[in-house]
Structure formats: C-alpha cells, structure tokens
Design a protein around this ligand. Structure first.
Ligand code: MLT
Length: 275
C-alpha cells in the first residue's frame, strides 16, 4: 500500500521505479545532487540550495519513505535508493553530476558508485562511514524500529535529536531543532523502518574506497558522534587524493549546524577538482 502524501504546489514529482518521488530542481550549470540523512528529508539542504543554485543546477530529492515522496511498505535497500536517485536524474536528462550525501545519503552514494560510477563527476561524503554495521549496531537498529513502530515518529525525534545535533545547537538554536524535529515527525513509520532495515543490511564499503577514482571531498563535524572524524579519516586515507575538511564545533548534521563552512568546503572542492 502506498501512502498519499500531502503535496505542495511548488514541489515537483515524478514516477520512478513504481512510486512517486518529490524533488526540487533549481538553477542551471553543473548539476549537484544532494542525498539526505536518516530520518530527514530534502529540506535539510535548504541552505545549500540557496547558496549554490545561483551558480549550479541543484537537485534535492526526498528519498522513498521521506518527506513528500511515497513511502511504500517494502523495497528499501540502499541499492534501491541509488536506483531511485538515478531514475530522477534520467527523468531530468542529467547524465553526470557531483553527488553530495550526508550519513545515510553517503551510504547511498557508495551503492550508487558501485552501480553507476560513470554518472559520478565528483563525490562529497559528509558525516558518513564506509564500514557496515556491527552486530550490536544491527541490534540497535532492530530496537529502534520496534520503538518507532510502537511509539511513533515523535519518539524517534526524541531519540535522534541528541545524536544529530551538538548540545550547544540544541540549547541555542531552537528554530533549527524545530526544523529537524518536523522533518523526523513528517516521515511515516514505513519509511523509518524501511531505512533501518536497509542500513542494517548494507554491505561493507571499505574495500570499495581504493577503487573510487573520481574527485572526492570528505567532510565531518568535529563533534560527530554517529560517524566520528576517525571514520572520515579512514575514508580520506583510502580514497585516492581525497580531500578532508573537519568542521569545528559541528556534530552530525554539519551542513545545518555550520552551513557557511560546509558550503565553502563544497564550493572550493567543485572549483578546484571537478571543472
Ligand atoms: C543518518 O544520519 O543518516 C544516520 O545517523 C545514519 C546511521 O544511522 O547510520
């Protein structure tokens, strides 16, 4: 069964792989495609859309199960998410792009690179990791799925916000916290649980790293707990010629907590490495 989401007039939708996906497509020039984190939606990229769409073609996508896209009850894998992203790009006649993925968005970019390396002009891997889940990590996902099912998305927001944002952000930026909470609470349980299963089952990508031949930028918040700087360093050490930026005083959602530093890193990367 497919949910009928609330749709806004400005949102653009397309049918991809049997479901409806929502996206924004703003600006022109080199395409930059943004893949969001778990359990958020494409509005987490609002600051990047604003900063880059005067110079580039910026595409932000609500992944299946999120925001204004459909949330079917099954078919959640990271390969499926990569196929969905490529389906949107095919619809937009975009052959090649720079891809930016944060956390789960980064996991999806590893899947996308495995299947569609020829579509990738550059990669920005932010607050993410190449390792698969440990057994304890999988168990934690199972428990989180039970909590989401039994208590609903507001309970997910309570669990996730301290993992996503720094204590200072939580104390001093109530609007940002409200935005993150609204994104989490706007996702149906099928999407949240689908993501948890997909992430638990994802393969290890460490062995892929040395085969990534496109220009790559790694970004991580200094205070990131779910995917700490040590994970970023591992990727930067193994991906040939990768650049690494560590953002001071940012936690997991570094693009939201320190958008100016995040955007400068992306802009410099695109300017120097992908033109
Ligand atoms: C995310 O931000 O996408 C998640 O923290 C990723 C994860 O749970 O592994």
């Amino acid at each position: 069964m497919v949910r009928t989401p609330q749709r806004t007039e400005q949102t653009v939708h397309t049918q991809v792989n049997g479901i409806t996906l929502a996206y924004n497509d703003r600006g022109s020039g080199l395409p930059i495609v943004f893949c969001h984190a778990f359990p958020l939606n494409r509005t987490m990229w609002a600051e990047q859309e604003k900063a880059f769409s005067s110079q580039f073609r910026v595409v932000t996508i609500d992944l299946r199960g999120h925001g204004e896209s459909d949330a079917p009850l099954w078919r959640y894998t990271l390969d499926q998410a990569a196929d969905d992203v490529i389906g949107v790009l095919d619809h937009l006649s975009i052959r090649e792009a720079v891809f930016v993925g944060l956390s789960m968005g980064g996991y999806i970019l590893f899947a996308l690179y495995r299947k569609y390396a020829d579509r990738v002009k550059g990669l920005v891997l932010a607050d993410t990791r190449a390792q698969a889940d440990t057994e304890e990590g999988k168990q934690a996902r199972f428990q989180m799925a039970q909590a989401a099912y039994q208590k609903g998305p507001p309970a997910m927001a309570d669990i996730m916000i301290p993992k996503l944002l720094s204590p200072a952000t939580i104390q001093t930026k109530p609007e940002l916290v409200r935005h993150v909470r609204a994104m989490i609470e706007g996702n149906p349980i099928s999407g949240i649980v689908g993501d948890l299963m997909a992430m638990a089952e994802r393969p290890d990508s460490v062995t892929l790293l040395k085969h990534i031949t496109c220009p790559t930028q790694i970004i991580v918040g200094e205070l990131d707990l779910p995917t700490p700087p040590s994970d970023a360093k591992l990727m930067a050490d193994q991906i040939p010629n990768a650049r690494l930026t560590i953002i001071p005083a940012a936690a997991h959602l570094s693009n939201l907590e320190k958008p100016d530093i995040f955007n400068d890193a992306v802009r410099e990367f695109i300017g120097n490495e992908t033109r």
